[in-house]
Write a protein that binds this ligand. Structure first.
Ligand SMILES: [Zn+2]
Ligand SMILES: [Zn+2]
Length: 369
């Protein structure tokens, strides 16, 4: 039975992280448990009871690194959400859904020309959708972009939250890359929360060869079971050394030295330098990871190589059903990459993920108010 709550319970970021511009020192924000009256739903809106909300590096950027949210705090963070519709549009009540991490306006030029994932008026829970975010008992959202979950078998609804960002962002990246069956792919950062999806999705979309690069031997071993055909451990190696190993793999396996699609997921300087070094004839470098490094590169190489560098942001809601289908049909495995915890551990969990940088599994917080 679905139930409309009296109040929405939520973990609100009451104070953002702040940065001292002179010293560069950053101070973390503050999160408090609080209750908010249930808002009156506008036409086209529904109230979703949150089953789970994934912890993303973007949340930590707001909470620790001085990255500003579009809506000034207080607001609730969290944009990787699954749940059940409990109020609003009758056609949706009782349905299990994914809430897309970004919801385009559907009115602007970008939206009308297929670039809605980068719509400038888009709404993102935990950033630009009023005070609302996923680390809550409930969240009001427009129903237009919801992705219905049907026949999820034994997969817990909370676990499916990771599809709504970590799983779909790589899919959009594959689309931006024009990934075709038989294409050869490199995933830099294949052992991380988004990278492992990138490897699995590339393979599911028919990639001929997937080479995974990362720093953790054990997790690289895991990648071999989930999409990667070859792995390179880049620990302590500069871009030139990794490039040499890549070329050896190509030579010994009769793989071409052109046309590689390189997905850079880490956002770290080392990963980006490696990606640029590997970008060769008719290649494409797709930038998914976020970082602050500034790297020198002679861009005329792109001319000589007839190559491209492409940025990619989030994912169009219309692609969500395709990714969800891959998960439900077990073409992509999520269970080995998800860990659930009570939402009341939010402070400790943020602290832990911030410290370790890249946890072995994506953490999904389950409301336990
Ligand atoms: Zn995210
Ligand atoms: Zn738009």
């Amino acid at each position: 039975m679905t139930q409309i709550p009296k109040k929405i319970k939520t973990w609100q970021m009451v104070q953002p992280s702040t940065k001292n511009k002179e010293t560069g020192e950053v101070f973390p924000g503050k999160i408090e448990s609080t209750e908010i009256p249930v808002p009156e739903l506008k036409s086209g809106e529904v109230l979703v009871e949150v089953a789970g909300c994934g912890v993303c590096h973007t949340d930590l950027g707001y909470f620790y690194d001085g990255v500003a949210t579009v809506v000034n705090p207080p607001l609730t963070l969290g944009h990787e959400i699954s749940g059940t519709v409990v109020a609003g549009d009758a056609a949706w009540i009782g349905k299990e859904v994914l809430i897309p991490a970004v919801m385009p306006c559907r009115q602007c030029y970008l939206c009308k020309t297929g670039r809605g994932n980068r719509c400038l008026n888009q709404k993102m829970p935990g950033n630009s959708m009023g005070i609302w975010g996923g680390f809550s008992s409930h969240i009001p959202v427009p129903s237009l972009d919801l992705c219905e979950i049907k026949n999820r078998g034994g997969i817990p609804l909370a676990n499916l939250a990771v599809v709504a960002d970590a799983g779909t962002t790589p899919y959009q990246a594959a689309k931006r890359a024009g990934l075709q069956p038989g294409d050869n792919v490199v995933v830099i950062g294949i052992a991380g929360g988004v990278g492992q999806f990138m490897g699995q999705i590339a393979k599911t979309l028919g990639a001929g060869t997937v080479i995974g690069i990362d720093l953790n031997e054990e997790r690289l071993g895991r990648a071999l079971k989930y999409g990667a055909d070859f792995i390179i451990n880049s620990t302590g190696k500069d871009a030139a050394t990794v490039l040499k190993e890549f070329r050896t793999i190509c030579k010994t396996n009769d793989l071409p030295n052109f046309g590689w699609k390189i997905f850079e997921v880490t956002g770290a300087r080392g990963g980006q330098e490696t990606a640029l070094a590997m970008l060769g004839f008719t290649g494409k470098l797709i930038v998914i990871g976020f970082g602050l490094a500034k790297i020198e590169y002679s861009i005329s190489r792109l001319m000589a190589f007839d190559a491209e560098i492409i940025g990619t942001w989030a994912c169009l809601p219309e692609y969500y059903p395709a990714v969800l289908d891959m998960v439900l049909k077990k073409k992509i495995d999520i269970d080995p990459f998800v860990e659930t915890r009570p939402m009341s551990t939010i402070r400790e969990t943020f602290e832990e993920v911030h410290k370790t940088g890249s946890p072995a599994r994506r953490i999904v917080l389950i409301p336990d108010f």
